[in-house]
Structures are given as C-alpha cells and as structure tokens.
Design a protein around this ligand. Structure first.
Ligand code: MG
Length: 473
C-alpha cells in the first residue's frame, strides 16, 4: 500500500492555509495602519478672564501653577498669542469657527456678549470645530461654559458636540445682587446642564471646577479607543469666584489665586488621565484663556502682567493671553515669539484631523503646526483687534496701530486717534511710547493692510442685538 500524498487527499488544504495566512497578515496590516493613521485627539482647555500675568510660568510671583508650569516646560509656550475678541462670546465664537466674529454677526457695539435674555446664538451656517472634527469621525464633547446661545437651537448638541456638561453662559448671570449687567431680579436661575437638559439650577459653584474635571476624565475614558475632541472652557476665574474646600484659603494671592490654583490642578488631572491611558503621545492639548483680566473687579480680577489694560479693551492686556501647546514627542519643548491666534487653533486641529478648511467663506486662521518643530517659523504677521463691530487696532510684526481706544467696563467713551497711536511692541510691550510721529510710513502701511481687510468683510446683522428689550426697561 502506498501512502497517498496529503495534498492529493485534501487538495484544498494548502491553498486554505495560505488563505488563512494571507487573512492574518492582512488583518495585521489593517491593525497597524489604523493605529498609525489614527489622527490625534484634540483637547482645548480655555480659562475665562485669566490674564497674561496669572500663571507662574508667565511670571506671577504668588499664584502657584506647577501643572501648567510643567506643561509649558514640556510643550511650546507662546508669548504673542491673541484671542479673537476681548470679551467672552465673540472670543469663543472665533475659537470655534476659525473666523472673526464680525463675519457672522457675533459682535455688537451695544451688547457685548450673549445674555439670558438674548434670542439668538451662533448662526447655524457656521461650521464649528466640533462639526469639522465630527466630519473626520471624532467623538466630540464640551465640559464647561458654552456662551454661544442658551436657547435650544443654539446649544452645543446642535453645534457638533455629542455631549455637553456645564453652564450655557457666564457664572455671574445669576439672580443675586452680584449680577451686573441687568436688573438682578430678572435673571433666571443659572442652569447646570447635561446635554439639552437642566440638571439643577444655581449649582454650588464651589464644586464646578471639580465636576468639570471629573466629567472631562469620564469623557476621555469613554472615548479612549477613538479620536476625540474635548473642549473644556472653564467657568473660572470669571467672577464671582469660587474654589472647592481643597483650595479655598490656600493661595497667598487670595481667592483669585485659590481659583487659578484649582484650575491648575484640573489641568494636571486631565494630563494625568491622558498619560494613564497611553494617549498622551497622540493628543494635542492646548491651554489658553478667552480674554484678559477683568480689572474693574480689582483683587477678584486677574492681572495682565506687563501688558496694558484688560478685558473689554483692545490694548494688549485685553487680548494677549498665555498659551501652551503640549504634545509629547510631537511638539519640541520651547518658547515662541511668533504671532498666533485662537483662530489658528481651528485651522491646526482640522488639518491634524485630516480635514480641510471650508472654501466657501473667509477663514481667519492658519495652521500652527510648523511651529511644533521650529518655534521661529512665521505663521502669520498680522493681528486685527476688533471691539464690538469696529476695528480698533491692527498689528503687523512688532508694530501696533490704534485707531480708537476704549475700555467700556469703566464707562469710557471710545476715543478716536488721528493720527493713530503707534507702538513698537517688542521694544514697548506695555504700549507706553507713541511713535506715530517718527514712523508715518508704518502708519501708511498698516492703514493699507486694514483697508484691504475691511474690503473683504461684508456687513451682516448683529446676532447679539437681538434681545428681549424689556430687560433694559
Ligand atoms: Mg471671558
């Protein structure tokens, strides 16, 4: 009896084995390429009304911010980083649309921000960063203060976010004598929301930072296996100030210091959560603030350090902010003097996610990522400073020209400057020495750039002006 070769008995066997091997290799290939191609997570932590001089790493002598100091050591620290506006609503709009708020009416010369008595919010046509990243299959969540419209059509879940936990607007819009900008009795109770639902009203604000931190970590845990965008706009250090019992009374800077130190703790917890899940090397974390310190709050407001003025103004203290970009192995530790803005964060995140910027509208941001390897790269050399619906100032390179100046919070009227004021910000960061007379050629150049910008801005109706007027009766 002769032995029959196996392949004659089971002729399908070897090809089958090859098939299995091929399938196995293909699955390995797929797994490998998926993990390589997974775009980075994006985390944006946005303080409220925190000034340029409020962190240890930016020179504050008494507020302890070890977590942010460490983040700055490991990441890229910006010295010339700007927000899109010097108050909450338009600043948040700029960050989340990558566009100046003037382009879609999120500005007004009468009503600075959205209120509980506002009828509108971010126009539906705007493509928020959450929507842009969702189109790239990101999970999207916001934990914190929204302030782009509190009525149902304008809430975060209508703007590309899968989840929302936090306040629909500022923490001072409460029915107490602390409320500033409308008769206090007329403010409704402050809602703490989960999605579109109100969880409770007038929540204990001492617990807000802790609750936001827990929710942010829950979000990271829940979405650790997919690309995610976590937007974390804190309610503080906007007044009224509250810190939890772990922080209250601990800072030598008083309650403001307690609040900032708790925010610093929170940043550390978020970074820890990313590291513990092996996500740090695939996550870009940004920390910055929406506008400068509210100086009229005196010791309860922050500090812009050596910069002039604060919230509500187009002096440097109103719109230049601390900014730290952290991404281990991808961002070389260092500092940068390059100009950048919150609108650039939008362009950067969309690009990292593999998307592209909309081409049917003017965009105002540029991709920051060349700075990640070369902090001397020049990303942009112009910044335009709007206050309400008007351009008040423009910067090109080191030169800043003010056409008008104003701080509305101290009851000033706008002052028009003709000739404009001109400062060399690298020599004179505090804007003290007007050089207009010496440099008419710089003024002419800046005016020409501004005229070109303004020719590309079409007037649109203000969203902020649409309010229940009875609140002012
Ligand atoms: Mg603010």
């Amino acid at each position: 009896m002769s032995l029959t070769p196996l392949r004659q008995v089971f002729p399908w066997r070897i090809p089958f084995a090859y098939c299995l091997l091929a399938l196995f290799l293909a699955s390995c290939q797929t797994t490998t390429s998926t993990s390589e191609e997974r775009p980075p997570n994006i985390v944006i932590i946005f303080a409220d009304d925190m000034g340029y001089g409020d962190l240890g790493t930016y020179g504050n002598p008494t507020i302890r911010t070890p977590q942010l100091d460490q983040m700055a050591e490991e990441g890229l620290k910006f010295f010339q980083f700007y927000t899109g506006a010097s108050v909450c609503t338009p600043s948040r709009a700029a960050l989340l649309t990558g566009r100046l708020p003037i382009r879609y009416g999120m500005v007004s010369d009468r009503i600075r921000v959205l209120f509980p008595f506002s009828y509108k919010g971010l126009p539906e046509e705007e493509i928020t960063l959450a929507e842009a990243l969702k189109a790239q299959n990101y999970a999207t969540g916001i934990v914190g203060k929204w302030h782009l419209g509190h009525l149902p059509p304008y809430l975060p879940l209508k703007n590309g976010f899968d989840s929302f936990y936090g306040l629909p607007y500022s923490n001072d819009m409460i029915p107490t004598p602390d409320a500033k900008w409308a008769p206090p009795r007329k403010y409704p109770p402050l809602p703490l929301m989960d999605g579109d639902k109100v969880l409770e009203t007038n929540p204990d604000q001492r617990l807000l930072t802790k609750k936001y931190t827990e929710k942010a970590i829950d979000f990271i845990e829940e979405h650790k296996n997919e690309p995610f965008f976590l937007y974390m706009p804190h309610s503080f250090p906007h007044v009224p100030l509250f810190a939890s019992s772990d922080f209250e009374g601990k800072s030598s800077r008083g309650l403001y210091g307690d609040v900032v130190e708790e925010l610093d703790w929170s940043v550390g917890e978020v970074l820890k959560a990313l590291k513990a899940r092996g996500l740090a090397e695939n996550t870009l974390v940004i920390f910055t603030s929406d506008n400068g310190p509210w100086l009229t709050e005196k010791q309860e407001g922050g500090s812009a350090g050596l910069l002039h003025q604060g919230k509500g103004s187009t002096w440097e203290g109103g719109m230049r902010e601390p900014m730290i970009a952290w991404w281990p192995d991808k961002i070389a530790p260092g500092t940068t003097q390059s100009l950048a803005t919150t609108m650039d964060i939008y362009a950067t995140a969309v690009s990292l996610a593999g998307g592209s910027l909309p081409t049917d509208r003017e965009m105002d941001g540029v991709d920051l990522s060349p700075l990640f390897n070369d902090p001397t790269a020049e990303i942009r050399d112009e910044v335009i400073y709007y206050l309400g619906a008007q351009v008040f100032a423009i910067r090109k390179g080191p030169w800043k020209m003010h056409l008008k100046t104003l701080n509305p919070y101290i009851g000033e009227q706008a002052v028009a400057h003709d000739p404009p004021l001109l400062y060399q910000l690298e020599h004179d960061p505090s804007e003290r020495f007007n050089l207009a007379e010496n440099h008419p050629e710089v003024i002419a150049e800046l005016k020409a750039i501004l005229a070109q910008h303004q020719s590309g801005v079409k007037p649109v109706q203000s969203v902020l002006d649409d309010i229940d007027e009875s609140y002012f009766e």
